[in-house]
Design a protein around this ligand. Structure first.
Ligand code: FMN
Length: 231
């Protein structure tokens, strides 16, 4: 089975969202899972120009060249049995390079009308850890969550769980909260254990149905975030 993928979505090396991902990864390692940590900032790709090249079958991207890494990264997302997206909130949204990758997935969006569609239980589980400096704001994560939802849908993936972390301007703000750090490690351990329990013959790039239980309701980006004691 392919390894779980942890996509580090911030331009800031060893910043807050990298640290969140590292805590999750520690938990997964404790559960015996090897994962792939991928810092998106290390991979160059051009922004979508809306050239229209992917609009008609076979929905190819005209920017997919050997030196452009977007297709490879999107393929890693497609192949992984589980993906953690660890990202900061920048201006109520996702950081520019991550958004550029999302825009490059337009060929999947263009192709989905020709697709049979997938039941919710068949969606690849994606975990989203979003970090914000502000401690308030009902809509702090709303835009990012909507963007992720529509990015993932044509990839046959969906957000299973989120950690919406507020009041984290700096890595120090996170490290000063041992309960939050411990909860992030436990989160990784929990998903590592679930993956370890999967049969090895799970279909390529897909997780077996037991990984998806219990089924979570549709995401409501305007719903309240973590209770105050978890922030
Ligand atoms: C360009 C930029 C824009 C930001 N915009 C917001 C924002 O809209 N709301 C917020 O709460 N924090 C905002 N922040 C703070 C970051 O979300 C916060 O510091 C985050 O933990 C940084 O994570 P990182 O170190 O992984 O990049 C912004 C920070 C930067 C650098």
């Amino acid at each position: 089975m392919n390894r779980p993928l942890v996509l580090l979505c911030s331009p800031h090396p060893n910043g807050v969202s990298d640290t969140v991902a590292a805590l999750f990864a520690q938990g997964m390692a404790d559960a015996g899972q090897q994962l792939r940590l991928l810092p998106l900032r290390d991979y160059a790709f051009a922004p979508c120009t809306n050239c229209g090249g992917c609009a008609a079958p076979p929905h190819r991207c005209t920017l997919d060249t050997a030196n452009d890494k977007a297709a490879q990264i999107l393929q890693l997302i497609l192949d992984a049995p589980l993906v953690l997206l660890s990202s900061p909130i920048y201006f109520y949204s996702l950081p520019a390079h991550f958004k550029a990758l999302i825009d490059r997935s337009q060929r999947f969006w263009a192709g989905q009308a020709h697709d049979a569609g997938h039941a919710a239980a068949q969606l690849k589980p994606v975990l989203a850890a979003l970090c914000a400096g502000r401690s308030r704001g009902n809509k702090l994560f709303a835009g990012a969550l909507l963007t992720l939802k529509y990015f993932l849908a044509p990839l046959h993936a969906g957000i299973r769980e989120t950690r919406l972390l507020r009041g984290l301007e700096t890595t120090q703000d996170l490290l000063e909260r041992p309960a939050v750090c411990g909860a992030l490690r436990s989160w990784g351990h929990d998903w590592g254990s679930r993956l370890a329990a999967l049969p090895h013959e799970a279909p390529h790039g897909q997780a077996a149905p037991d990984l998806f239980a219990p089924h979570l309701p549709e995401l409501d980006p305007s719903a309240p975030d973590l209770p105050p004691q978890d922030r």
